[in-house]
Design a protein around this ligand. Structure first.
Ligand code: HEC
Length: 193
């Protein structure tokens, strides 16, 4: 009896330590989506409302302060880490991807070019950290919509006063030249398991 119990315990321990099964990943993706993604349309709406009420220059603080603040607040509620990253950053101090994120962003661009809608691109992976604990990493593409073009579109589309304003704060700005539907970057999440 005791041997059977021990064997069962050993098996459970092995199962727990083993790589996460495909259905676990799907469940984690779904749960992460439900908890985190509602922030994204909130930011877009805030951007649209602010541009309408205060013009493009008045909306700079939405992408600069309000969007990161909303993400941070939600992340703190959840006990996760959440931020925006891009292959072409405007603010390299905040938006630089790490090696894993760079690989995922590159693969999003490949998948979008192959016809997957940018609005639905996501990836999720369970990773074992250096200290042996596990973490779920998730990324979701952030597509370029109409309202984004006045600050991230082709330079000809950006008003001269906005260009000046952006150049002052972001001398290393690489986040222009986008067209509608392209991938501006991604929401990236680290969720302790
Ligand atoms: C009014 C100008 C403006 C508009 C419109 C705008 N952005 Fe931004 N965006 C900025 C600024 C300024 C930053 C730099 C923020 C910072 O300092 O962290 C930025 C940064 C970002 C970043 C973080 C990565 C990076 O490049 O540093 C993402 C992602 C982003 N914008 C997506 C969008 C999307 C998607 C839209 C449309 C829904 C949009 N932006 C519309 C001005 C704008």
């Amino acid at each position: 009896m005791e041997i059977i119990m021990r064997t069962t315990l050993l098996f459970s321990a092995l199962l727990l330590a083993g790589p996460a099964a495909a259905q676990d990943i799907e469940a984690l993706k779904r749960d992460t989506r439900e908890k985190a993604l509602p922030v994204l349309p909130k930011v877009v709406k805030m951007m649209q409302d602010t541009v309408a009420a205060e013009g493009v220059a008045g909306a700079i603080p939405v992408c600069k302060e309000k969007a990161p603040a909303l993400l941070k607040a939600r992340a703190e509620e959840l006990g996760w880490k959440m931020r925006r990253v891009s292959l072409k950053t405007r603010n390299p101090e905040r938006g630089m991807p790490d090696a894993w994120e760079t690989a995922q962003l590159t693969s999003f661009d490949v998948r979008a070019a192959a016809g997957e809608p940018a609005t639905a691109l996501e990836v999720g992976e369970v990773m074992t950290q250096a200290d042996g604990t596990q973490m779920f990493r998730y990324m979701r593409a952030i597509p370029v919509g109409d309202v984004c073009l006045s600050c991230h579109g082709a330079t000809a589309e950006i008003a001269p006063e906005i260009k000046d304003e952006l150049a002052k704060t972001y001398p290393q700005d690489r986040a222009t030249g986008y067209s509608k539907g392209q991938i501006r970057g991604a929401l990236t999440i680290e969720r302790p398991l």
